[in-house]
Design a protein around this ligand. Structure first.
Ligand code: IPM
Ligand code: MG
Length: 371
């Protein structure tokens, strides 16, 4: 039975980078290394222009039915004027919520070949390998009330609600502890328990789980502001970082820059496996739609290809293919190929999306022959 994947390129560079992922999927199908059936659909501003909404109910139903989504990026200035409830980002907020994708994995890896591309000193980031585990369906992103109300004096007040149940904290913490156990065994849990009740419950819950169920994991707690500072001071001190929705959003951008470029970072958002063993999942590059460079063919496809590797690992359970694809990316970087975002100043022969994507596919082809 083929594995169904819904492709949602979205807006801006989402289209260009998705083409490179599709070329790799086509290769996997042609060679029989995998059996994948894809369907493309609209999301984000492109969908708004076509149907007046960032995603149709039919597309949402398709995502729920096939369970695996490969996403590009959404947004752009041209949709700044659209009503708040219809803005392009609503597409993936909806996918996250309705597919219950509570666990967002954002690896920030800096291969030695790219140490010079980071804005931090090369020796601080060379070999960096941090996994950020971000809670994705709760906290201030979704908490109610969420509104702007007019007060009696005619002035307005905006309210967002940060709230977390113990169950929500436990399920994301379990993902982080389990991952830490498979990696270097170190977990840093992040909150603001000094000023937030939700942070206090977070710390108490994670502490109890560490004591009762994960004695083998070296657990420490950091306040979110301190974690941001530590990430730029000495990023390699971290193995797995566990954070709520908002702090995880911010810290993953910080970690991305430590790793060199947002154009490098993939992500996986995983839900709860159903009785039949199906895992709802969405894979997307951490970068946005980059309207400033969209359509120019210069976007870095590596975050998108890395997201496809995560899909092969978690949804197809093909660790061999996932690792081979990641090796292909490293090999191409070792050969010196660079898109503009990761090229050192004065680098000669910067390549575009297509050349980078094809070089990775060639390297992957070679790696697959050796599987
Ligand atoms: C991310 C993005 C989104 C988020 C935005 C675009 C809504 O920044 O996936 O990190 O805040 O979750
Ligand atoms: Mg973000």
């Amino acid at each position: 039975m083929p594995h169904d994947i819904l492709l949602l390129p979205g807006d801006g560079i989402g289209h260009e980078v998705m083409l490179e992922a599709e070329a790799i999927i086509a290769f996997l199908n042609e060679t029989g290394l995998a059996d994948v059936r894809t369907e493309r659909d609209l999301a984000g501003g492109t969908a708004y222009d076509a149907i007046g909404a960032p995603m149709s109910d039919a597309t949402m139903a398709k995502a729920l039915r096939c369970g695996t989504v490969l996403f590009g990026a959404v947004g752009g200035d041209q949709w700044d004027h659209v009503p708040y409830a219809l803005r392009p980002e609503v597409a993936f907020m909806r996918l996250r919520k309705e597919m219950d994708l509570f666990a967002n994995l954002r690896p920030a890896i800096c291969p030695p070949a790219l140490a010079g591309a980071s804005s931090l000193k090369a020796e601080l980031v060379e070999g960096l390998d941090v996994m950020i585990v971000r809670e994705l369906t709760g906290g201030v992103y979704f908490g109610e009330p969420k509104e702007i109300v007019t007060l009696e004096n005619g002035r307005r007040r905006a309210v967002d609600t940060q709230c977390y149940d113990e169950d929500e904290i436990e399920r994301i913490a379990r993902v982080a502890f389990d991952l830490a156990g498979k990696r270097q065994g170190r977990l840093a849990s992040v909150e603001k328990s000094n000023v937030m009740k939700s942070g206090l419950l977070w710390r108490q819950t994670v502490t109890r789980m560490g004591r009762e169920d994960y004695a083998g994991v070296d657990l420490r707690h950091l306040l979110a502001d301190n974690c941001a500072m530590q990430l730029v001071r000495m990023p390699k001190q971290f193995d797995v970082i566990l954070a709520d929705n908002l702090f995880g959003d911010m810290l993953s951008d910080v970690a991305a820059m430590a790793a060199g470029s947002l154009g490098m970072l993939p992500s996986a958002s995983l839900g709860v496996r159903d009785a039949a063993g199906r895992l709802p999942a969405l894979y997307e590059p951490v970068h946005g739609s980059a309207p400033d460079i969209a359509g120019k063919g210069i976007a870095n496809p590596i975050a998108m290809i890395g997201s496809l590797a995560m899909l092969l690992r978690h949804s197809l359970e093909r660790e061999d293919l996932a690792a081979a694809l990641e090796r292909a990316v490293s090999q191409v970087l070792d050969q010196g190929l660079r898109t503009g975002d990761i090229a050192p100043q004065g680098h000669v022969g910067v390549v575009g999306t297509r050349v980078m994507g094809s070089a990775i596919l060639d390297a992957f082809r070679g790696a697959c022959e050796r599987l």
